[in-house]
Design a protein around this ligand. Structure first.
Ligand SMILES: Cc1cc2nc3c(=O)[nH]c(=O)nc-3n(C[C@H](O)[C@H](O)[C@H](O)COP(=O)(O)OP(=O)(O)OC[C@H]3O[C@@H](n4cnc5c(N)ncnc54)[C@H](O)[C@@H]3O)c2cc1C
Length: 491
């Protein structure tokens, strides 16, 4: 137990990753999910219901993982560009426009390290800078450059994984099927990912951002309604999101709802204003609303760091807030009616804590076929919704109240979002959409959540799992099970 705690503590505070723990501390046995302590779990978006907190029930369902400790590499060993780093978390090669990044790095660290080497390269990944590369990439990984460059996984070209037999395999070793599966299918069903090789993407020396808040009196509802009609059709260099949230009303203590329109444009403000005014004149965007800043500053801006925050803040691994939360997701294929939006705004205002984010799709997202990676939510989506409920008070009563409110809202949204299946984003894990006990009925149980997360890719994931981890060594409440219908070795 002590060694488990030590591993967790080292993982959380050290600049090194899971790979470092395995190879350099040589601690074994460990469990596949030891690295998922309460702090890490809170980042994952899994349900905050007591039984599903990163507590005993989750951990006891995971079996010990014994990883042989290889001898340390000779100190002078030369590394090829394709070899992942052993001591550093990053191995960035600007000439080749590639990098190896270990799974224990945070996104903020990755962005910062790239920026230190080049001001005109970046990587398309999430907005929240304390997210871990390990889970984030394996579930897809979207951010404000998805319309230009797709998801993180669309820019991952190799990986190192520890399989159930303790072998360390690269893309060639694991094979194309497993490499396909860990790009969007969640790494935790297949092994422990040590590092990813990524392609860096070009960004201009200056990009443009804005955050324009609108109140109900300023026609926030109409604007969001209108935004739905243009968000996925804009220039691919432009990503926009609409964030619906409670805001103080005119009277003391009163809450109403507002919508903020937020954007990253890989270009200058003149161009941005003209694109916006041509496609979305109702917003009335002016040049004064825009900021031309470096890409790295845009990361800080979009993650709500205050103006003037230095780039080194991206290296801070501490979470901004220790609050509990629950997330859910939806995909929207047709703009929903104004009265439905009105109802949503009312709910947001009454909730006092909910944030609903509409993230524009289209662009590169619609060009990549659904079967290219395990992440299937591509063409046909105007935008993805992220529902986020968070609260600071402790106790089951408050938890129940908030989770019930979230479920009521999710139910309210049913007519307006994707159907058959009602699609969901793996990175916003939601235990409400199904779970598995990893017993004899695991395939049927997993299919319930599996088709929502993976659509037609679910069966292929089961097939890969059956081949790669037939004993279901790597399992959790929402993992991919092996199945005998795909291989006699399955259950
Ligand atoms: C505040 C907030 C903002 C977010 N913003 C975004 C966003 O902008 N874009 C986006 O796409 N997502 C976003 N997410 C979701 C986020 O991508 C997921 O929560 C993701 O799983 C985080 O990965 P992690 O490694 O930090 O989390 P963890 O909780 O450590 O891991 C999550 C899952 O991945 C598995 N995993 C982690 N590391 C490995 C590994 N090395 N090998 C195998 N399996 C592994 C874990 O076992 C677990 O199942 C956000 C979440 C939060 C809480």
């Amino acid at each position: 137990m002590l060694s488990i705690l030590v591993i967790e503590a080292i993982y959380l505070i050290s600049p090194f990753s899971v790979a470092y723990c395995f190879f350099h501390l040589g601690l074994s046995p460990v469990r596949s999910t030891d690295r998922t302590g309460p702090d890490r779990l809170i980042r994952s978006g899994l349900s905050t219901e007591p039984e599903n907190r990163f507590g005993s029930r989750f951990l006891t369902q995971n079996r010990p993982l014994i990883v042989p400790t290889p001898p340390p590499p000779p100190p002078t060993a030369a590394r090829s560009a394709a070899t992942p780093p052993t001591h550093d978390q990053y191995d960035i090669n600007i000439d080749q426009k590639t990098a190896w990044v270990q799974a224990g790095a945070t996104l903020g660290e990755l962005y910062y390290k790239i920026w230190k080497k080049s001001k005109v390269h970046a990587f398309p990944a999430g907005v929240c800078t304390t997210l871990g590369v390990g889970g984030h990439f394996s579930g897809g990984g979207y951010g404000t450059m998805l319309r230009k460059y797709g998801l993180s996984i669309d820019n991952v070209v190799d990986a190192k994984i520890v399989d159930a037999k303790g072998r360390v395999l690269d893309r060639k070793g694991m094979g194309e099927d497993v490499f396909w599966a860990i790009r969007g299918g969640g790494g935790a069903s297949f092994g422990v990912i040590l590092a990813y090789k990524i392609n860096l993407v070009p960004v201009p020396p200056l990009v443009t951002v804005f955050n324009v808040p609108k109140t109900l009196e300023e026609n926030a509802t109409d604007l969001v309604y209108r935004w739905q009609h243009i968000a996925d059709k804009l220039d691919n260099n432009l990503f926009t999101r609409a964030v619906l949230q409670p805001i103080p009303g005119k009277k003391t203590g009163e809450l109403t709802a507002g919508a903020s329109f937020i954007a990253l444009f890989l270009g200058d403000s003149n161009n941005l204003v003209s694109i916006m005014n041509e496609n979305f004149p109702e917003l009335g965007l002016k040049k004064e609303d825009c900021k031309e800043i470096t890409w790295i500053k845009s990361v800080l801006f979009l993650a709500y760091f205050p103006d003037g925050t230095p780039e080194t803040a991206l290296l801070d691994r501490n979470l901004a807030s220790p609050s509990a939360f629950k997330m859910k997701s939806d995909y929207v294929k047709t703009p929903f009616p104004k009265d439905a939006l009105q109802g949503l705004m009312d709910t947001v205002a009454k909730s006092g804590t909910i944030q609903v984010m509409f993230n524009a799709y289209g662009g590169k997202m619609k060009e990549i076929p659904e079967s290219e990676t395990a992440f299937p939510h591509r063409a046909g989506n105007i935008y993805k919704i992220q529902y986020l409920f968070n609260w600071n008070e402790a106790g089951p009563a408050v938890e129940k109240q908030n989770i019930d409110a979230m479920r009521n809202l999710y139910s309210y949204m049913t007519p307006y979002v994707s159907k058959n299946p009602r699609e969901a984003f793996l990175n916003y894990r939601d235990i409400d959409i199904g779970s598995s006990d990893n017993g004899p009925n695991a395939y049927d149980q997993a299919k319930v959540y599996g088709v929502k997360y993976f659509k037609n890719n679910f069966d292929r994931l089961v097939k890969v799992k059956t081949e790669f981890d037939p004993e279901n060594f790597f399992q959790n409440e929402q993992s991919i099970p092996p199945s005998k219908q795909f291989n006699n070795r399955g259950r």
